[in-house]
Design a protein around this ligand. Structure first.
Ligand code: ZN
Length: 327
């Protein structure tokens, strides 16, 4: 699932590519009966309203709050997009196939099986990223006056798109925890003392506690600071908490700088992969030797709360006084 760095990568891409573009048309096939009556474009009736409201509007800018993408429109409303499990947005040249009722990249897509057999195709994808087979699950399209499109590819169809007003935006911003980059060390310590009781991994992943950190970055942060994912965050001393915030900012920034993490199917606005998956020290590395200098631990994994956590049992071990494990 895209986390803070991936969503920031999308927002930066939007500000680069679709700022000041006028929306000429909008299309979706996201419809699902379980959304009847709901404020979401998956509800057919809602989509008709949504369409009327956004056609003719100009995109002023995009911003990120937690894992939400907020697109500011000239009429004073906002398109709110959540990528959920597998969504990403691509800007480019697309054509609509009336017969199949689907949008596709002008040049089509490479085949996933072919890629496995012929690694040369990867080089071709590098030149024409919109043809990456992970970019072909198009369920939402904004058509612009310049003839180009912004499409949302979403393999698992969990993504969410709706329109909100000023009040809706305020409510959204208020119900979420603070942004890591906005927190001072002192504020983070206070936040933990107030709301940080529970397993470190689960607390860091709670959107009401802190925004934007999910499965990948919680594993990476705890690995780097040497804290067991089941440690009670509230039992850690102030100095350790300050280190967690400092390392969290460092890791999130490092990932934004290289376009986010594409270990799963995340792609940027051009349809390209990010590069953070090559920097992992913990996520999906269970069974491998710990990369910490002079550490001979073999990484383990287990369910922690509702999520799978990975950690090194040697340097992320229990430390006297503060590492009280919550089972
Ligand atoms: Zn280790």
């Amino acid at each position: 699932m895209p986390e803070l760095p991936e969503v920031q990568t999308v927002v930066d891409g939007l500000n680069l590519k679709v700022k000041n573009r006028k929306i000429k048309d909008v299309w979706t096939d996201y419809f699902s009966d379980s959304y009847i009556g709901k404020d979401n474009i998956k509800n057919k009736k809602y989509f008709q309203k949504f369409k009327k409201e956004i056609i003719g509007q100009k995109i002023l800018k995009a911003e990120r709050r937690a894992k939400n993408i907020i697109i500011h429109l000239s009429g004073g409303k906002y398109i709110l997009i959540h990528l959920k499990m597998s969504g990403h947005l691509i800007y480019g040249d697309y054509i609509f196939d009336k017969k199949k009722n689907e949008w596709r990249s002008e040049k089509g897509y490479f085949d996933r099986e072919e890629i496995k057999k012929n690694p040369k195709i990867l080089e071709m994808i590098d030149r024409e990223p919109t043809r990456d087979p992970f970019n072909k699950f198009i369920h939402f399209v904004l058509v612009f006056e310049n003839g180009k499109q912004l499409v949302m590819s979403d393999l698992r169809k969990f993504g969410s798109v709706k329109l909100i007003d000023e009040r809706g935006l305020k409510e959204l911003k208020e119900k979420l925890g603070p942004e890591p980059f906005d927190l001072s060390p002192k504020e983070f310590v206070e936040l933990v003392r107030k709301k940080g009781k529970g397993r470190a991994k689960n607390i860091l992943m709670k959107p009401e506690f802190i925004a934007g950190i999910g499965n990948i970055y919680s594993d990476e942060i705890l690995w780097e600071v040497g804290v067991h994912p089941e440690s009670n965050l509230q039992n850690l001393p102030d100095e350790k908490l300050k280190e967690i915030l400092r390392v969290a900012k460092k890791i999130l920034k490092a990932s934004i700088d290289i376009g986010g993490d594409s270990m799963s199917d995340f792609r940027n606005i051009e349809g390209r992969k990010g590069k953070y998956q090559a920097k992992h020290n913990a996520y999906k590395l269970e069974g491998t030797l710990c990369k910490k200098k002079d550490c001979d631990g073999i990484l383990e994994k287990k369910m922690i709360g509702q999520r799978v956590g990975r950690w090194c049992p040697v340097h992320q071990k229990k430390i006297k006084n503060y590492d009280i494990i919550i089972k």
